[in-house]
Every structure is written in C-alpha cells, then in structure tokens.
Write a protein that binds this ligand. Structure first.
Ligand SMILES: Cc1cc2nc3c(=O)[nH]c(=O)nc-3n(C[C@H](O)[C@H](O)[C@H](O)COP(=O)(O)O)c2cc1C
Length: 177
C-alpha cells in the first residue's frame, strides 16, 4: 500500500504539519511519498490574495507529469485556507479528477488557517472531491497560532490514526510519537 502526501505551503505552516504527518505515518510502517505543490510562477502575497478571491480558479503547478497517481491507494492533501480558493491546490484537484483511474482511491485532507471561515471552506473542498467521485475518509484543521506554538501534536496523531485505520482496518495501534 503506497500513500501520497501532497501539500502546498506559502509560509510554512502546512509544510510543518505535513512533515509531522509524514514522520508519524512512516514510524507506523506506511510507505508514504511526498509531492510538494509548486506553482510555475512565484508571486508576492498581495497577488495571491487577489487570486484567492476568484472561486475555483486554478493556477498551474510544476512537475505534475512525474506523478503516477495509479501507484497510490490513498492521497493526503494539505492546503492552507485562502479566502475562497487556493489556485495551485485547485489545479492539483482538477488534475486528480482527470487522471483518476479508480474511484476507490481514498482521500484525506487537512487545512491550516488563520482563524476564520475554515469550516465552510472544508465543506466546499469536501464537496468538490465528492462531486468528482472521490470519497473523503477524514479531514482535520489546524490553526496557525497553534502550529506556531507547537500545540497540534495530539490532533496530528488523531488524524494519523484515522488514516492508518482507514487504509488498514485491522491496524492495531499508533506508536507514541
Ligand atoms: C492569500 C491568503 C489568503 C488567506 N485567507 C485566509 C482566510 O480566508 N481565512 C483564514 O483563516 N486564514 C487565511 N489565510 C491565512 C492562512 O490560511 C494561514 O496562515 C495558513 O496557515 C497558511 O499556510 P502556509 O503557511 O502553509 O502557507 C490566508 C493566507 C493567504 C496567504
């Protein structure tokens, strides 16, 4: 069973959580590979902020051709919450929809956010996946201030436990990390 951990991070919070998830899953014997979403162009915050107001706008990302989605049984997507839309992540989801070869691929996602609108954003993202024929098995959210304080360890562990039991229902324990 191979799992793909995909994330986009502009200021490092989502990356921090992604690395903790990776460490936890690997300690629990999961064969997990990582794909970092990188837009083909670098923009300053203010331009991304402008684009984030346009719902469903995709923005192209690098190295997608290297990804062989049919190698994976599950995908964990990490994204920051951006106003109405995070264009590089939207591009990835559209790609996933196009190359999806089996609807049984399991989707997990997590969100990092500053402090507002996260629940509606999660609902929208979940609906986007489901409309494309995917099943979302677990979702988690992490507030920026708690990530910075280092106060998300327990929730990361819980999220990983959900992933572990979903990809292997007979999974016995999660190691204490
Ligand atoms: C363009 C942009 C839009 C954002 N919009 C929101 C928002 O609507 N609600 C919110 O809670 N946080 C918002 N944030 C804050 C980020 O979601 C938060 O800082 C997140 O942890 C960033 O993840 P990163 O460090 O991996 O890029 C926004 C940040 C950016 C750059």
């Amino acid at each position: 069973m191979k799992v793909l951990l995909v994330y986009f991070s502009f200021t490092g919070n989502t990356e921090k959580v992604a690395f903790s998830i990776l460490e936890n899953l690997q300690k629990n014997g999961v064969n997990c590979e990582v794909f970092k979403i990188e837009p083909v162009l670098k923009f300053k915050y203010i331009f991304w902020l402008f684009l984030s107001f346009i719902p469903s706008l995709p923005f192209p990302i690098k190295n997608l051709k290297l990804l062989k989605i049919d190698n994976y049984e599950a995908i964990i997507l990490g994204t920051p919450k951006w106003t109405f839309n995070c264009p590089p992540v939207t591009y990835f989801i559209r790609f996933l929809k196009r190359v999806k070869f089996k609807s049984s691929i399991k989707i997990f996602f997590f969100l990092t956010y500053g402090g507002f609108g996260e629940d509606a954003y999660i609902k929208k993202l979940k609906r986007k996946f489901e409309k494309s024929g995917f099943t979302v098995y677990a979702v988690e959210k992490f507030r920026r201030s708690e990530i910075i304080k280092g106060a998300v360890g327990e929730r990361i562990q819980k999220f990983c436990l959900k992933i572990l039991t979903s990809i292997n229902p007979s999974y016995p324990h999660i190691s204490e990390t």
